[in-house]
Design a protein around this ligand. Structure first.
Ligand code: ZN
Length: 322
């Protein structure tokens, strides 16, 4: 069991559709571009952040640690070309997760931090010096006014996380909703590691109910469009439909007969078989359409998560013993 020559071969995958990729990164490893007017976005190819360059300074939306100090460089670059102060005056947390807020502490003591009340509670719980808790909080809705700009923050219930908010820029034709839709790509494990499955499934329709043209989903290297959200909805709808069919057609009897008193072995064998049967046609249909649809862990774990939500949240397949 030693030596690298015992490692299993690494699998090959379908090429990433060119349409899933974004602009090239600069020598420091980031790209900063204009979304509309004075709203800018920053990416390192995997994570995204955004900021408004206002006459009074910079209003920052999320601070992913992978972009880290490149956020400062991107802000300085744009502040200079736009002729505005480079001081970060406000920082908005989309939700409490460290992979989107872990560079928040880079922006000094004077910044006004804004987030959902639950974001504050969770950040106080997590007690991470890299993510100071927001002092300005709200429950359902908050209008942020800064430097002559207006941003509408709203919480419409739990989805990816309990505290994930919708960030609408009505004067920039843009919506920011993190960790729900990855434009051009499938969600990663278990519906983007989401906590509330019905809330997650509902979120793209809520996002589409807002008027906007540009979408910031928080991940990968390009901005999203309304078409990206409807394609994501079709992928998810196909998984739901396929899961329903598999639940109705796979017979659990062989596993329970074989494993006898080891009930958990039977449950695992049966649920894995339902998941595999449900995921297979979706993987085939979306390979080459959504990047990484054929990375089996992603579509398969997402299918498993949806199946469990259908059983546990919706009661599918539950029968009361006679
Ligand atoms: Zn997250």
């Amino acid at each position: 069991m030693t030596g690298s020559n015992t490692a299993p071969p690494l699998p090959d995958y379908a090429p990433v559709p060119r349409s899933a990729l974004g602009p090239a990164l600069n020598a420091q490893g980031y790209f900063v571009g204009r979304v509309e007017r004075n709203l800018f976005w920053v990416t390192d190819g995997t994570y995204q952040s955004a900021f408004l360059a206002t006459r009074d300074g910079i209003v920052l939306f999320d601070a992913p640690p992978t972009i880290g100090h490149n956020l400062r460089r991107a802000v300085d670059e744009i502040a200079e070309t736009e002729g505005v102060p480079n001081t970060v005056t406000h920082l908005v947390y989309s939700h409490h997760h460290a992979d989107h807020g872990g560079a928040a502490s880079l922006f000094g003591g004077d910044v006004v931090r804004i987030g959902h009340a639950e974001t504050r509670r969770l950040l106080l719980r997590d007690n991470d010096p890299a993510r100071p808790a927001p002092e300005v909080t709200f429950e359902d809705q908050h209008t942020l006014r800064a430097g002559g700009e207006r941003v509408e923050l709203a919480w419409h219930g739990p989805n990816h996380s309990p505290d994930n908010i919708y960030i609408h820029f009505p004067d920039h034709d843009t919506l920011m909703l993190i960790d729900v839709v990855n434009a051009g790509w499938v969600p990663i494990y278990n519906l983007n590691l989401s906590e509330d499955v019905p809330g997650y499934l509902d979120a793209p329709a809520r996002a589409l109910a807002y008027p906007w043209k540009h979408f910031l989903g928080g991940h990968l290297g390009r901005l999203g469009t309304r078409d990206d959200l409807t394609l994501h909805q079709r992928y998810i709808d196909d998984i739901v439909e396929s899961a329903r069919e598999a639940l109705g057609s796979v017979d659990p009897t062989p596993w329970f007969q074989k494993y006898g008193e080891n009930a958990w072995a039977a449950v695992a064998g049966y649920l894995d078989a339902v998941t595999a049967q449900a995921a297979a046609p979706v993987i085939a249909k979306y390979t080459g359409v959504l990047a990484a649809a054929d990375v089996p862990a992603f579509t398969t774990s997402t299918t498993f998560t949806i199946l469990q939500s259908m059983r546990l949240d919706l009661g599918a397949g539950s029968q009361v013993h006679p």
